[in-house]
Design a protein around this ligand. Structure first.
Ligand code: DUC
Ligand code: ZN
Length: 482
């Protein structure tokens, strides 16, 4: 008789650093043993010929959040999105609490915290979107919220209802520095987008493909460089989210080369889609409209090189799922919707890991260890969830997926679980798919069946990601002490 609840035998266990043949023993929701020939357990699984990876940490997802631009409402909720995540090998998601201008951030948190209740099937943490950095928010609310486990602040450089001035971004960054929180930046130049959009519309260019012109790579490049500069001045680490352009990636590489703590995140829509997806028949291109949008094939190759070269630390889905055939979805003005009124965002929480797993098996730009790093371990570290989440180690939560590298799947909306009416990855063939997902020791997805109960997912308070030694940072930047 043993006290293990679950043992997975003969797996090829992949972490961010190692690939080992091992058994994994689970007790009370945590990994209790790693080794060879582990004792029997209440349940045993043979994973010979399969990979066992940490459950993915998708650190950029939008759930039950309207579009500030079009007012669209997602076609999915906390239940369908987290089921979908688990079926794709992800066991932690980090959505956003968004403050509206004039609103108390703490009230926004209290209201949003109700949304996952009774619905989430995997664990979740929350980022804060700061749209109104008043003295009260900076001086009282953020310090209290950091103590409660909300340790990452996102700011926008675009979108009228959310964007901050450079001055305000510096204020948020300074607060993050004082509090040891992480700053995430959506980097696009708002005025450039507005000006180009006006010119395009004046000349009758309204089709989805013009989204790519209105958000051309220089717009992200300029803003990424500005965000890096602001973070340098505020002496704080910064993460540039959803990097779409090779040019912005160059800015990040440049900053990293100077020793600045600048991190980069990219997403499947930029590694697997291009501007040709925006230019499909009729309004089909709307299915790939997001901001920033996917770019040229040469741009896509540049992003893969940046992934191979270590520029990106995080690979997230930026899942923002608005239905195509729905008056409250992508095409808010129906068949006549011009590109700038198409709701931004693509679904991708379930396909994120399989797309990159397949690429990692090919091995051209990354291997499975690097996949684990960017899709699980790094986000867990950056957002203060490590080592509880993001790795396979004794004491960590038993969050993992068993991947069958022999399984070929043609991605199709019918095979996904997010409740959406399309996937932008329709028809892409991938090798490998999770056949089983375990969340805190419980099998929630096995052989095509989801078995987790709604509401079992728990809120994860985050630790401070980067305890910052302010004087050391200033020394790094060459600031004299007197
Ligand atoms: N862009 C955003 O800024 N947010 C959600 C979706 C998107 O495409
Ligand atoms: Zn986003």
């Amino acid at each position: 008789m043993t006290d293990l609840d679950l043992v997975v035998r003969n797996a090829t266990v992949v972490t961010a650093s190692d690939t080992i043949a091992a058994d994994v023993g689970v007790k009370d929701g945590r990994i209790a043993m790693l080794g060879q020939a582990l004792p029997a357990a209440a349940e045993g699984i043979d994973a010979r010929g399969k990979y066992l990876l940490p459950g993915g940490v998708d650190s950029h997802v939008h759930i039950e959040q309207d579009s500030t631009e079009t007012g669209a409402w997602p076609g999915t909720d906390f239940h369908s999105t987290t089921v979908s995540a688990a079926c794709g090998g992800t066991t932690t998601v980090i959505p956003f609490v968004r403050q509206t201008k004039g609103q108390s951030l703490s009230q926004a948190v209290a209201a949003y915290r109700k949304r996952p209740e009774g619905k989430a099937v995997i664990d979740y943490a929350l980022h804060l979107i700061v749209t109104d950095p008043t003295a009260g928010v900076l001086g009282q609310e953020l310090p209290a919220l950091v103590e409660e486990g909300y340790t990452s602040f996102k700011v926008y450089m675009t979108y009228k209802s959310m964007m901050l001035s450079d001055y305000q971004i510096l204020e948020v960054m300074a607060a993050a520095r004082r509090l040891g929180a992480m700053v995430m930046v959506h980097a696009e130049n708002a005025d450039c987008i507005t000006w180009l959009t006006e010119k395009l519309l004046e000349s009758g260019r309204t089709r989805p493909k013009f989204k790519g012109v209105a958000h051309q790579p220089a717009i992200e490049r300029e803003a990424a460089h500005r965000a890096i500069t602001l973070a340098e001045i505020a002496a704080v680490p910064v993460l540039i989210v959803h990097v779409a352009g090779g040019e912005a990636a160059e800015m990040i590489r440049w900053a990293q080369g100077r020793g600045l703590r600048v991190l980069g995140e990219t997403c499947p829509q930029y590694l697997f889609l291009t501007e040709s997806d925006l230019d499909k028949q009729g309004l089909e291109g709307a299915k790939s409209v997001c901001a920033p949008p996917p770019g040229s094939e040469a741009n896509r190759q540049a992003l893969w090189r940046a992934m191979a070269g270590g520029v990106f630390q995080v690979y997230s889905s930026d899942h923002a799922a608005f239905r195509y055939d729905d008056p409250k979805g992508k095409l808010i003005e129906g068949p006549a919707t011009p590109f700038h009124r198409i709701t931004n965002g693509v679904p991708g929480v379930e396909t994120r890991m399989p797309l990159l797993f397949s690429a990692a098996l090919e091995g051209t730009h990354l291997d499975l260890n690097r996949l684990v790093a960017v899709a699980a371990t790094n986000p867990a570290k950056i957002y203060g969830l490590y080592p509880r989440k993001g790795t396979i180690a004794v004491g960590s939560d038993a969050d993992f997926a068993i991947w069958d590298p022999g399984k070929s799947v043609t991605i199709s909306v019918g095979g996904l679980h997010d409740g959406m009416d399309y996937t932008p990855y329709e028809g892409i063939e991938v090798t490998g798919w999770p056949e089983l997902t375990v969340s805190r020791g419980e099998i929630v997805w096995r052989d095509g069946e989801f078995t987790g109960t709604p509401g079992r997912g728990r809120f994860l308070p985050c630790e401070r990601p980067h305890p910052i030694n302010e004087s050391a940072l200033l020394d790094d930047l060459g600031v004299p002490s007197e």
